[in-house]
Design a protein around this ligand. Structure first.
Ligand SMILES: Nc1nc2c(ncn2[C@@H]2O[C@@H]3COP(=O)(O)O[C@H]4[C@@H](O)[C@H](n5cnc6c(=O)[nH]c(N)nc65)O[C@@H]4COP(=O)(O)O[C@H]3[C@H]2O)c(=O)[nH]1
Length: 854
């Protein structure tokens, strides 16, 4: 739906929470404003924003202020007709009873994450406006078809059963016909539809759901297609529902794309095949669909895992007689009925079913081995093959994915590695898989997360309701967990009421947090025991990340487990991320400090590298070296935790030198191997910058490693006070003279940004990620980013933006001329081996491009 949502909140945190909650629920166009005046600029501005479907406003004052804000908002363009949800800020001195009239719903600010979207959906379905009233059945309960009507891809026309005048049309019909709903409603059906070869009165009288060729009015004149009629109850009276399917290829392509996205988003649990099959069957109007699994051992024939047929049950011919099936299982795709006739002239299946359209596609695994076959057919033919063929191929890929997953599960079961109650891998199989995943991740530079899920107070369920009830709870939990993850992820029953999950191929940590949030939410849904007893089971979860938190299976699990206990301490029914928190560091400060003394000598320090790319070409132009401490018991410790300890103890001087030497050596090696002169950014702490010997150290490192000084860039954080750091200005000027570049890190966060620019020989400034993160969310931060780029360019400094996580950030930064970008959107910090692979892949691509004939 091409309409937006406007959120209005004076506090940045609340604005962000509102944005995140709506964004996570998939609303694409969210506009945010600080207050009503700002909202007015958006609503009255040029270019205008699209019509709104919802406004959400945070109310923070008293009753009078709330009323005046709402009245002002209602006076803005579109404000009077758009539903408004009020969010009561913590400090608001207004009770829900005193809220201004006309508010669709309200909630407290603390419930934004959990309730905002649910409230909006609920208020939509219970809205008492004229359109919604029409959607209710005689008893007032919403009819099931409403969802299909409003959000489906089909065109629906609802007409009065007696007068045959239109009561309502679906948004899809209005969109496709390019005529507004008001141009349809009240019209007689005879004026908008014309059936070919059959009088419309007869089609309406029979209302038998048969499909008839038909023309439907549109802004261009008419679209041809097919329509079918059924009788329904609508708003308490008899009505006719007509569904129209256009022949227009672009409309069918739109529907096909939507079908594919839903098919791949459907459950990854045991029902995945049926769910995907049903969608395909219904949406493509198929009459026959079958999925076959080839036997792995080659013994006997294939096994049918799914069959849908729209007709009386014929005697199904055995698989070995179905020659088209045999061809497909042999790896031969069949796309047309004519091909099937030619290649399999005596197939009893095709003779029996009388299909005008038929296709058979092999189902392949990753190694291109045939796992099985998908056969699909339609009596009236498939129509536009240019659209149907890719849909069928994608559907085959989905069936192959589900089949492969099922086989992996079965294999585990055969070897006694699967939990008998839930069908999930058990602890042994999970540990084995985790080891394999780690090996693969090291090879591919992949990041993944481990989740430890523990049911809250499960023992009480067993004690109160008995073990059979406990088993039922565990099976339901299994379904819920499987339904919350992707097919490539792994869920296991680790022990009793403990489950473990591996979430793979993470690009941003946020992705994982969303899954964790989703699990907390699905768990909260009540479940019903066989005797009807309602139970609510919640879970506490802990998360750890590979490779950031640990590089081995045991430590990763240990950290996830510790984080899970932290979640329990925080009141259960939530998740926590493993971290060696600053509190932990403080508590164990002495122990950590003394251990840190030996970290370098014990080989526990690592350097990872994060690429920086040119904004226009997106090609890599530089990298930032970031240190990690791999503590033998605690796993990876973030520099944010141990650098302050290293600074306190003075160890930062030797650690910093080690990082610089390691990174310069590495950069030189890559320069020689790939002929690529990448700029290398190295962080310098305040303590290092005050060192009188800093220049000597840098010169020595450059001499030893052979790296060109102009490739080394010193990153100096803006939070260091120039006045309080003796030698800083001198050191930076001296290094600049040596040829090194200087970058001001975290720009915008300190109070002395301008002073820094004026007094230091900076070549580049790095916009801090806290501003970048708020692009698209906070107009103030966007303005800061724009102003920083403009000012830097005026002063002839280059600009790098840090923390670029999503396309929207990139687009904004590109539009405003930012020179370079760094962030998870392109790449996370990588271990040297992964970074090396990245450079090798880049080279391979470039060579391929050169070798390609013009
Ligand atoms: N959320 C998010 N984060 C992103 C994204 N892209 C990069 N990052 C993270 O942002 C930080 C950027 O480094 P920094 O601002 O210099 O901030 C660094 C730097 O100030 C300090 N540090 C790291 N290595 C060294 C070192 O060798 N010496 C000194 N003195 N400080 C270091 O520790 C800080 C934290 O380093 P890291 O934990 O490695 O965190 C890195 C990086 O992993 C993104 O798209 N989203």
């Amino acid at each position: 739906m091409n309409s937006g949502i406007l959120v209005i909140a004076a506090q940045r945190e609340l604005r962000r929470s509102l944005f995140d909650a709506l964004d996570q629920a998939g609303y694409p166009q969210i506009y945010s404003a600080r207050d009503v005046a700002h909202a007015a600029i958006l609503l009255e501005g040029r270019p205008p924003i699209p019509p709104l479907q919802l406004m959400v406003m945070v109310l923070s004052g008293d009753e009078q202020r709330a009323r005046s804000s709402c009245e002002q908002l209602r006076r803005l363009p579109g404000g009077a007709d758009t539903p408004l949800i009020a969010v009561l800020a913590e400090e608001a001195s207004i009770s829900s009873a005193d809220l201004p009239a006309g508010i669709a719903d309200w909630l407290s600010a603390a419930r934004i994450d959990n309730e905002l979207v649910a409230r909006w959906r609920r208020s939509q379905s219970s809205d008492s406006g004229p359109r919604q009233t029409a959607a209710k059945g005689a008893g007032g309960a919403p009819e099931d078809y409403r969802y299909v009507f409003e959000e489906g891809d089909s065109e629906w026309l609802i007409a009065d059963a007696q007068t045959h005048h239109l009561l309502e049309v679906s948004p899809t019909l209005a969109r496709h016909s390019r005529l507004h709903a008001s141009q349809w409603e009240g019209q007689p059906l005879t004026g908008v539809l014309r059936f070919e070869g059959i009088p419309i009165a007869q089609v309406l009288a029979e209302a038998d759901r048969s499909w008839y060729p038909c023309q439907r009015k549109s802004s261009q004149g008419a679209d041809t297609g097919q329509a079918s009629v059924r009788r329904i109850r609508h708003a308490g009276r008899d009505a006719l529902a007509l569904m129209f399917r256009s022949d227009r290829a672009d409309l069918r392509a739109e529907a096909a794309l939507s079908l594919l996205s839903r098919m791949f988003a459907s459950t990854s649990g045991v029902d995945a095949q049926v769910a995907a099959g049903r969608l395909l069957f219904d949406e493509l109007g198929l009459d026959y669909l079958a999925v076959w699994s080839a036997r792995q051992d080659g013994a006997d024939g294939p096994i049918q895992t799914l069959q849908l047929w729209n007709g009386d049950d014929p005697v199904w011919p055995p698989a070995q007689l179905q020659s088209s099936l045999q061809l497909v299982l042999g790896g031969k795709p069949i796309l047309y009925r004519s091909d099937a006739k030619r290649l399999a002239p005596v197939d009893p299946l095709l003779q029996h079913l009388d299909l005008a359209g038929f296709a058979g596609l092999p189902l392949y695994d990753e190694r291109h081995t045939v796992l099985g076959a998908m056969l699909a057919g339609s009596r009236k033919g498939f129509g536009e093959m240019g659209i149907i063929e890719p849909v069928l191929r994608c559907a085959a890929a989905r069936f192959a994915q589900v089949l492969e997953l099922g086989r992996t599960r079965e294999q585990g079961r055969a070897e006694g590695l699967v939990d008998a109650l839930t069908g999930l891998p058990n602890r042994l199989l999970f540990n084995d898989r985790l080891e394999t995943i780690i090996r693969e991740a090291i090879r591919n530079g992949e990041c993944f997360a481990v989740l430890f899920v523990d049911l809250d107070r499960f023992k009480a369920v067993n004690d109160t309701y008995g073990h059979a009830a406990g088993d039922q709870v565990l099976r339901t939990v299994t379904e819920r967990l499987c339904g919350s993850i992707r097919a490539s992820d792994t869920v296991a029953r680790y022990a009793g009421d403990e489950f473990t999950i591996v979430l793979r191929h993470i690009v941003k940590n946020d992705d994982v947090l969303r899954v964790a949030e989703k699990i907390v939410q699905v768990m909260e849904t009540p479940l019903y025991l066989e005797d009807g007893t309602e139970l609510q089971v919640t879970a506490s979860m802990g998360l750890s990340f590979f490779p950031d938190d640990a590089g081995d299976a045991q430590t990763l699990l240990k950290h996830a487990d510790e984080a899970m206990y932290a979640a329990k301490h925080l009141g259960r029914n939530n998740f926590q991320i493993y971290e060696v928190s600053p509190e932990y560091a403080q508590e164990h400060g002495m122990a950590l400090k003394s251990r840190l003394r030996h970290a370098e000598g014990n080989g526990e320090l690592r350097v990872v590298y994060q690429p920086q790319v040119n904004t226009e070409t997106e090609d890599i132009v530089g990298m930032e070296a970031l240190v990690r401490w791999e503590h033998p018991e605690l796993g990876m410790i973030s520099p944010a935790v141990f650098i302050p300890l290293a600074e306190e103890t003075g160890l930062i001087v030797s650690i910093g030198e080690w990082v610089m030497r390691t990174a310069c050596r590495q950069a030189k090696e890559w320069e020689q191997r790939y002929g690529l002169r990448l700029r290398l950014g190295v962080n310098l702490s305040a303590v290092q910058l005050m060192e009188p010997q800093l220049l000597d150290t840098v010169a020595k490192v450059l001499r030893e490693t052979g790296l060109d000084p102009t490739l080394l860039e010193m990153e100096v954080t803006e939070s260091i006070s120039i006045k309080a750091a003796p030698n800083l200005v001198e050191n930076l000027h001296a290094m600049h003279k040596l040829g090194c570049h200087i970058a001001i890190d975290d720009f915008g966060t300190g109070a002395a940004s301008l002073d820094y620019l004026r007094r230091l020989p900076a070549d580049r400034i790095k916009i801090d990620q806290s501003f970048v993160r708020n692009i698209g969310v906070d107009p103030d931060d966007e303005a800061i980013v724009r102003a920083t780029i403009e000012m830097a360019h005026r002063l002839k400094r280059a600009v790098v933006a840090e923390g670029v996580e999503i396309e929207q950030h990139m687009e904004f930064l590109r539009t405003h001329g930012c020179d370079e970008l760094q962030g998870y959107l392109f790449c996370r910090p990588l271990q040297p081996i992964s970074f090396d692979k990245l450079l090798a892949e880049r080279q391979r691509l470039l060579e391929g491009r050169v070798a390609e004939p013009a």
